[in-house]
Ligand binder design. Structure first.
Ligand SMILES: CC(C)(COP(=O)(O)OP(=O)(O)OC[C@H]1O[C@@H](n2cnc3c(N)ncnc32)[C@H](O)[C@@H]1OP(=O)(O)O)[C@@H](O)C(=O)NCCC(=O)NCCS
Length: 200
């Protein structure tokens, strides 16, 4: 499968240049360093419960899992020529015949970088990638007290539903492809339509 390139460059609120790209095979060490800096609260929200340390297996899966099965995007900044991940987003495609056309997503924005639109960018990029791959549904598990993630999902037109497995969690669900909003007609087009009607 030829990977698409949802690349983009922009500047954070404090002027830092940021770059969104696919994860690469040699990102493991960088990811480990950034994940180890996450606050206990960010970890709790990301992993839906208290997590002391993030396992090597988790980090390895981020870099090594086959692209056919998942999509992992990073937002990185540069310092002294080195890339430093500040955020990441991922979806993993279901592995049963019933779930093969849907995926589960999660986002992680470094504490210092939250509230600057990075989550919104990452989620949009994941939605576009899932759509391009012909997937029909995206699902995210979100803690009930995660106001930021629930707001972000709602703004991207996810529906928020109760989770059958856990009263403390909500499911954010988006059916794909998204319906295109009807194009608004220009005043000139509306006038032309009115005139046509009158001539009938
Ligand atoms: C939740 C999280 C992904 C949001 O990403 P972010 O980059 O901080 O959010 P953004 O700046 O892109 O804001 C996105 C939207 O959420 C809203 N939002 C952000 N923080 C909010 C808060 N604390 N309360 C309510 N709404 C909030 C913003 O108003 C924004 O709305 P808009 O789309 O209309 O502009 C991020 O804070 C995070 O990684 N938290 C820790 C891990 C986590 O919760 N992961 C989610 C598990 S799926």
């Amino acid at each position: 499968m030829t990977p698409r390139k949802p690349e983009s460059h922009w500047k954070a609120a404090n002027g830092t240049p940021l770059h969104l790209r696919h994860v690469a095979a040699d990102d493991g060490e960088r990811l480990r360093r950034s994940l180890d800096k996450l606050s206990p609260e960010a970890r709790r929200q990301r992993f839906l419960g208290a997590v002391n340390s993030i396992s090597d297996a988790f980090v390895r899966d981020l870099t090594d899992a086959p692209r056919e099965r998942q999509c992992t995007l990073l937002v990185v900044r540069r310092e002294a020529g080195e890339e430093i991940p500040v955020a990441g987003g991922r979806f993993v495609i279901g592995d049963t015949p019933e779930t093969a056309d849907s995926c589960e997503f999660a986002l992680t924005i470094g504490d210092a970088w939250q509230g600057q639109g990075i989550g919104r960018r990452l989620l949009r990029a994941l939605i576009e990638e899932a759509e391009a791959r012909g997937l029909h549904r995206m699902i995210g598990h979100v803690l009930l007290d995660n106001r930021a993630m629930l707001a972000l999902a709602r703004h991207q037109h996810f529906s928020i539903e109760a989770s059958p497995d856990d009263a403390q969690t909500r499911l954010a669900i988006l059916d794909l492809p998204r319906r295109k909003p009807a194009r608004r007609r220009s005043p000139l087009e509306r006038l032309a339509g009115l005139l046509r009607k009158q001539q009938r």
